[in-house]
Ligand binder design. Structure first.
Ligand code: FES
Length: 103
């Protein structure tokens, strides 16, 4: 298997976002990754959806590894910033972060 540079987890559950807005985010993510050249090669990003990340409020929740950066209240506009600024350019969208696994 070709290595991945990052892994993005999108909660598509109904507790953090009663309207399950994470589902639409997850659908958009593939197109954004493709647009930014993040589906193949050394900067390849793996995406996954999950039914719950254990937060269950202020969703949709999106987590990015290996940095262990967790974003809350992710709108389509914020998702685009996460893809461009964080996944493509390596700069965390600091104002939307609510949890960091590593200090
Ligand atoms: S349902 Fe999204 S974090 Fe639990």
């Amino acid at each position: 298997m070709e290595p991945y540079s990052r892994h993005v987890l999108v909660c598509t559950g109904g507790f953090c976002s009663p309207e399950r807005r994470g589902r639409a985010l997850y659908s958009r993510l593939a197109g954004l990754l493709q647009r930014e050249g993040l589906l193949f090669g050394p900067t390849r990003v793996k995406r996954s959806e999950t039914p719950c990340l254990g937060v269950c409020s202020s969703g949709p929740i999106v987590a990015v590894y290996p940095e262990g950066i967790w974003y809350s209240n992710v709108t389509p506009a914020l998702l685009e910033r996460i893809v461009v600024e964080h996944l493509r350019d390596g700069k965390v969208v600091a104002e939307a972060v609510f949890h960091r696994l590593h200090g």
